[in-house]
Design a protein around this ligand. Structure first.
Ligand SMILES: CC(C)(COP(=O)(O)OP(=O)(O)OC[C@H]1O[C@@H](n2cnc3c(N)ncnc32)[C@H](O)[C@@H]1OP(=O)(O)O)[C@@H](O)C(=O)NCCC(=O)NCCS
Length: 134
């Protein structure tokens, strides 16, 4: 592979930029600075210095774990980089998380996750806080 893959956090600004260009909901620099150091795990893919892909795991390792920020820059999509990111994420999950852990994600694209063992929730409905209501 001609790209550099590292198990480390991206910088807050490049994280914000990648989320935006990949079409994920935008995050402020301040939020990213709070969030990134609290990750359990992160993987980045770089083309030279440029961040072109990432994935992150958050949670408590034992009971609840969430996979977030799976993103590949549009110029580099379709080259199996999303799969590589998920392989690194799942290696961490399988080796570091307790088998009791409820490992979950909000999937915008189911095709990427089903092959790694994720299934649709049938019992519970995913919900999130609408900040305008509180
Ligand atoms: C989703 C995303 C991370 C995938 O990254 P990618 O590098 O383009 O994906 P890959 O090339 O690694 O493809 C991964 C697999 O999905 C398949 N795939 C890709 N696009 C597909 C599509 N539209 N429909 C069905 N399968 C698809 C590939 O064939 C590949 O399968 P394989 O590993 O069995 O061969 C990337 O498109 C992205 O960043 N999208 C915008 C942000 C986003 O939606 N993130 C997910 C939030 S939950």
């Amino acid at each position: 592979m001609r790209y550099t893959i590292e198990n480390k956090q991206p910088l807050p600004q490049e994280y914000c930029d990648l989320r935006k260009v990949a079409g994920l909901s935008p995050k402020t620099l301040e939020a990213a600075e709070i969030s990134l150091p609290r990750s359990l795990f992160a993987v980045t893919i770089r083309d030279g210095e440029r961040l072109i892909g990432m994935g992150r795991v958050i949670g408590d390792l034992g009971c609840f774990v969430q996979i977030v920020d799976i993103a590949v820059h549009p110029d580099f999509q379709g080259q199996k980089l999303g799969r590589v990111i998920m392989e690194h994420v799942m290696e961490f999950v399988k080796t570091e998380c307790h088998r009791c852990a409820f490992v979950n994600l909000f999937a915008d694209v189911g095709f990427l996750y089903q092959k790694f063992g994720f299934v649709n929730s049938v019992k519970s409905q995913g919900m999130y806080l609408d900040w305008s209501k509180v």
